[in-house]
Ligand binder design. Sequence first.
Ligand SMILES: [Zn+2]
Length: 77
Amino acid sequence: MEKTQTIGGLEASGGRLGLLCRACSRFRYMNSRRYKPDEIVREIAKTLTCARCSSETVETFAVQRDEKTGFWPAEHG
Ligand SMILES: [Zn+2]
C-alpha cells in the first residue's frame, strides 16, 4: 500500500477510511469527507485518539470491500 495515499486517492479508488486502535483493536470507519483531498491517509492518525481507550496508537488506512464477498469489513471493538 502506498504510504503517501491521499484522501482524494482513497475516494477515487472507492475505498473508505478505516481507523484501527492498536491498543484495544477497536475498528471503525471514519467519514473521509471531513478531510481535505490532499491530506495523507496515514498522517490523519496522528491527530486522533481511540474513542474507547484513549490510546494514541491508532492507525488510519484505506479499506476496500472484500474481493470475494463484496462486503465491507465489519466494525468491531
Ligand atoms: Zn483503543
